[in-house]
Design a binder for this molecule. Structure first.
Ligand SMILES: [Mg+2]
Length: 298
């Protein structure tokens, strides 16, 4: 801290006008950090697809108790997030008003939930992204009739369409089946003249049909809007991801002039080091790596 500011603070404390703990609170607010997490593989175990370490909830709660904001930024649906992360988080929080500084963004920025002072959930979405019901119905029938062996239609999505691999199915086999599915989905979109409106994204364990505008950057923008609405102005942002696409959130924050540090917990051998203008910490892999980082920097 600048010497003259420090001297000024010392003088104010000496007069007895303000107590030290008040000054500490003031300094904490000045150094507010915001945390933005991808979920799969970062907070949840990549194989079990759920939080296997309850210590995660303690860490998130500790951040909220410091008055710092926390965001989740994932392609998962709100229903999935509520079941696997939000419900256990709420159960572990005594003071529900802490949740005011928490936002969970789902469907790559298309849906989100926030909390009021009493801890009530408010569920919102970008209606304009929603895919037509005719396409959804037809895709659902297609998956049930032709791809039931390897995948299922995710009924919980609100603004996008996701077809996910059955748990435990063989990955290579899934990717073969996925190639066929992508062709069928292209035909379906063409039938409704939507082939240039929606985009098909085949990922490791799922195939998504979505607006080309959704993604980790849209999720990061939603986080920024939330901070603005809450009148929070963090000086630093820490983003946590395990895939290449997660850099999208850090890039977006950087583009918006924010001070950002990316904590990468994914498999580094997949694409080596990434050249960025902001700092990147390569730490231990997956949820274990995230927890170790949070515990070390608490
Ligand atoms: Mg992930």
């Amino acid at each position: 801290m600048h010497d003259s500011i420090f001297n000024l603070i010392c003088n104010i404390v000496r007069t007895g006008f303000i107590k030290w703990h008040r000054i500490q609170l003031f300094i904490d607010v000045l150094h507010m950090k915001a945390y933005l997490f991808d979920v799969d593989g970062v907070l949840t175990d990549p194989k079990e697809k759920r939080v296997t370490k309850p210590e995660f909830f303690d860490q998130i709660i500790a951040i909220l108790q410091r008055g710092e904001p926390v965001g989740l930024n994932t392609g998962r649906s709100i229903a999935w997030l509520v079941e696997r992360f939000i419900t256990p988080l709420i159960q572990n929080i005594e003071d529900k008003s802490l949740l005011q500084h928490f936002i969970a963004v789902g469907e790559k920025g298309g849906t989100w939930i926030i909390f009021d002072k009493e801890g009530n959930i408010h569920h919102e979405k970008m209606e304009e992204l929603a895919i037509s019901q005719d396409v959804i119905k037809e895709a659902k029938v297609l998956v049930e009739r032709k791809y039931n062996d390897s995948m299922f239609f995710d009924l919980t999505k609100e603004t996008m369409l996701s077809i996910e691999m059955h748990d435990g199915f063989e990955l290579d086999m899934f990717h073969q089946r996925q190639k066929m599915l992508v062709e069928d989905l292209k035909q379906l979109l063409t039938k409704y003249k939507l082939q240039n409106i929606y985009h098909i994204d085949p990922t490791t364990i799922a195939t998504d049909v979505e607006s080309p505008n959704v993604g980790k950057a849209l999720g990061a923008d939603r986080f920024l809007k939330f901070l603005q609405e809450m009148k929070l102005e963090p000086q630093e942002f820490e983003t946590f991801g395990d895939s290449k696409s997660d850099f999208g959130m850090s890039d977006e924050l950087y583009r918006k002039g924010k001070q950002v540090r990316m904590i990468y917990v994914g498999d580094r051998s997949k694409f080596g080091e990434s050249a960025r203008e902001y700092p990147i910490d390569y730490v231990g892999e997956f949820s274990k790596g995230t927890l170790e980082y949070l515990e070390a920097h608490a």
